[in-house]
Design a protein around this ligand. Structure first.
Ligand code: FDA
Length: 569
């Protein structure tokens, strides 16, 4: 019936999807539907609590995807968390708000995505933002910023938690890192990220709740007559016009919801925003992908793009913990963002050259893993660019977060730019079955080495004054498991036995020229389709040194403008 026909159908009401839904429904006279597998979490305390990080894990709003056995990382499977809710993963994430290094966004244009550069995106980094200027008390606890980097009129509240950690911690960390040569960075959100920083969060300070995509982009707009969320409903595949010839034309989306299986029709466009582990799967179920894979499931090929689901890039996370000699209250947002120079010290040139001479072999192995779907030359070009970012541009190569909470002082860290590449593909023709996910963690020696060297750097920081006077015994990894001056193999063994996913998967429907392995063009349209786009973490061609949501909000804002330009004049 007419109730299930809209101009725009968006699959996934998550971080990116709700931005697009909000902006497209600003066009009066156009109707927008959002299909979301999850439900409202507006009143879910595991979501709203500012100090509740982790409480939603393993509950019904966590997809808790499982990877394949991780051959290069000790063999076992890993869990990759992702939000299943109106608001998506922004409802369960760590709320950190950090963008990217300027060169990382400029690289998008450099590889052929016209218009996608730092200068253009900077406008869209600011557009979503309602920056909450810190109070004098927050400034005293380390909140710092350049107002020119921030937007003040957007829907998303960005700022520091009402209760920030005791004011002594920042000077202690700063003095420690000054000795390790890492400078203080007042505001890491202007495109220059390296240093020690007290970064903002996506938080509503006054209400003292998490500010997720739903609170920012949906709930205040829920009464728009042309905007509808169809929740508790899962999208299976795109339905195509029967005589699609040169270009595939989408006419709707088949969903399974409270009324069983039905089609939601789209008169203008279908936009996939189901996340980087899900959007490629919907493409495959709809006949867009690698014919070798589609054939295994008897799916008719609509568009042959062999790289759908390839190019998966995630990071790996690990932690330290110490007894505290102090007692800390409040929510910490301290991060150290060292570059390769800081981490590798005087070995950096040797390491840069070793890695450089391994890149051809790395690229060959990635291509082999994909059974040739990914071309060796394309991966090699991407690796050379990444090598330049790490060793020439000196972008942040690791993030180290410091968590002084109660009487413990712990730290989580993750190398930001691993070379490992994996994939996500369908396992069945049933849209409700999770995909097969293989990030290939620690596929390459450098990824493991980086992990061990960052760990050494962290231990060095904790044994440098004044930080050393603030903490007592090292509980994890602990001298018993990893003694002082432990060998590479001991550190690497610990890393493999303790790591987890950092939950930042990107790249599985990359925005790149088609002959470079791209799935979407610079307007985020899937190649050889007339009216299907992907707008979510899938389209990021390369991993970033920032947490992802700030960049995803920016990309979704810019994508919305690109879409609207075609309908309003
Ligand atoms: P997102 O996952 O937000 O949205 C996808 C939506 O599609 C979901 O709502 C899902 O339910 C829905 N969906 C999926 N399949 C569907 C189907 N078939 N039919 C209908 N709906 C479907 N980032 C950051 O900036 N700061 C941080 O501190 C952290 N910390 C962090 C912690 C944890 C635990 C995680 C898991 C992630 C983070 N991140 C983060 C990463 C960040 O939150 C994440 O990258 C983005 O929210 C992803 O946004 P997307 O729009 O790509 O997908």
């Amino acid at each position: 019936g007419s109730a299930s026909r809209y101009d725009f159908v968006i699959v996934g009401g998550g971080t990116s999807g709700l931005v697009v839904a909000n902006r497209l429904s600003e066009m009066k006279g156009f109707t927008v539907a959002v299909i979301e597998a999850g439900d409202s979490v507006l009143n879910n305390a595991n979501v709203s609590a500012v100090t509740g990080y982790g409480r939603a894990f393993g509950t019904e709003i966590d997809w808790a995807y499982q990877t394949e056995d991780q051959t290069y990382a000790g063999g076992s499977k890993q869990i990759i968390r992702a939000g299943k809710a109106i608001g998506g993963t922004s409802t369960i994430n760590g709320m950190s708000y950090t963008r990217a290094q300027k060169v990382q966004i400029d690289a998008w244009e450099q590889v052929g995505n016209d218009g996608w550069n730092w200068k253009n995106l900077f406008t869209y980094y600011k557009k979503p933002e309602e920056f909450q200027v810190p109070t004098p008390e927050q400034v005293a606890r380390g909140a710092d910023y350049y107002i020119a980097y921030h937007g003040e009129h957007g829907p998303l509240k960005v700022g520091w938690p009402r209760a920030m950690t005791n004011s002594s911690v920042l000077p202690q960390l700063d003095e420690t890192f000054q000795q390790l040569g890492l400078p203080y960075n007042r505001d890491c959100n202007g495109g220059s990220m390296v240093g020690l920083t007290v970064h903002p969060n996506t938080v509503d300070r006054e209400a003292n709740v998490r500010h997720d995509a739903a609170r920012a982009y949906y709930w205040p707009y829920q009464h728009r007559p042309n905007l509808k969320i169809i929740s508790n409903t899962s999208a299976n595949k795109i339905i195509w016009e029967s005589d699609s010839r040169n270009e595939a034309v989408a006419i709707g989306v088949e969903v399974t919801g409270v009324n069983g299986v039905e089609t939601i029709y789209a008169s203008k466009e279908v936009i996939l925003s189901a996340g980087s582990l899900r959007s490629p799967m919907i493409l495959e179920l709809s006949g867009i992908g690698n014919p070798d894979i589609l054939r295994q499931f008897d799916i008719a090929v609509q568009v042959n793009i062999s790289t759908v689901g390839e190019n998966l890039q995630d990071q790996t996370n690990n932690g330290f913990s110490y007894e505290g000699n102090d007692f800390w209250l409040g929510s910490p947002t301290f991060s150290a963002l060292p570059s390769a120079d800081h981490i590798f010290g005087e070995d950096v040139l040797t390491i840069a050259s070793d890695v450089n001479s391994s890149l051809a072999e790395y690229a060959k192995r990635v291509s082999e893993h994909s059974n040739g779907a990914v071309q060796e030359a394309n991966v090699l070009a991407a690796f050379q660019l990444q090598h330049d970012q790490i060793f020439k541009s000196q972008v942040p190569y690791a993030e180290i977060v410091f968590l002084p909470i109660g009487n413990s002082f712990s730290s989580e860290y993750w190398p930001l730019l691993p070379f490992s590449r994996g994939s996500v593909h369908i396992n069945s023709t049933d849209g409700s079955q999770p995909p097969s996910i293989n990030p290939n963690y620690f596929m390459f020696g450098q990824d493991l080495k980086a992990h061990a060297d960052v760990a050494r750097y962290i231990r060095k920081a904790f044994s440098t004054s004044p930080l050393r006077t603030v903490v007592g015994e090292e509980l994890a990894p602990g001298q018993k498991h990893v003694p002082e001056n432990a060998s590479d193999s001991i550190w690497e063994g610990w890393v493999k036995s303790q790591y987890r996913s950092n939950f930042h998967p990107v790249g599985t429907a990359s925005m790149l020229p088609r002959d470079k392995g791209g799935v979407v063009d610079p307007e985020l349209r899937v190649y050889s389709t007339k009216n299907v786009r992907v707008v979510d973490a899938s389209v990021l061609p390369f991993q970033l040194s920032g947490h992802l949501t700030s960049s995803l909000y920016a990309v979704a804002e810019r994508a919305s403008d690109l879409i609207k330009k075609r309908y309003i004049f």
